[in-house]
Every structure is written in structure tokens, then in C-alpha cells.
Write a protein that binds this ligand. Sequence first.
Ligand code: HEM
Length: 72
Amino acid sequence: MNGTHRGPALESLDKHWTESALAAFILAPDSLASLRPRLRELTDRFPDNPMPSYPIPDDHRILLARFLLELR
Ligand code: HEM
């Protein structure tokens, strides 16, 4: 799958992320996107839809990251 026009497909994330890094990304996507070349490429593919920050409680972000890492 290639994702939609809004953002990338969320698959095989465990190849690229640890749980804590992904939880940090959910809170502040733009700060990590500028640091990681792979994310910079994704950002360039979806220039009109920057990933929004989700300032949800820390424990929810960890659970969300854990769930995302299980997607195939
Ligand atoms: C619950 C909501 C969301 C979750 C859980 C989520 C999750 C993620 C994850 C895990 C990545 C990293 C993908 C990878 O490493 O291959 C990502 C990247 C990205 N997401 Fe989201 N996303 C959400 C909502 C959105 C929305 C609403 C948009 C845009 C309208 C969006 C746009 C993007 C873009 C453009 C990227 C590429 C990297 C970047 O530009 O920062 N996301 N998202």
C-alpha cells in the first residue's frame, strides 16, 4: 500500500521506530521529521498535509505507538 494523498501508509513501522521514538513523534512530528532523512522524504511527498501534533496524555501516546508498531 502506498498510503493516501494525505499521508503515508502506516505499515512495517517496527522496521523504523522504537516505541519511545514513535511516541515522541506523535507529540511533535515536525521536530523529528526534520532530523530523519526518511521522514523528510515522506514530508516532501505530502507537502500540503503536514502531520499534526497530537498532544494526548503520555500513557495514551505510548499505547498508540505500541499499537502502530503491531500493524503489518
Ligand atoms: C491518529 C492520527 C495519526 C496517526 C496515528 C499518524 C501516524 C503517523 C506515523 C506513525 C507516521 C510515520 C510513518 C512512517 O514512519 O513511515 C506518520 C507520518 C506522517 N503523517 Fe501521520 N498520523 C496521524 C494523522 C495524520 C494526519 C491527520 C495527517 C495529515 C493530514 C498526517 C500526515 C502525515 C505525514 C505527511 C507524514 C509523513 C512524515 C511527516 O511529514 O511528518 N498524519 N503519521
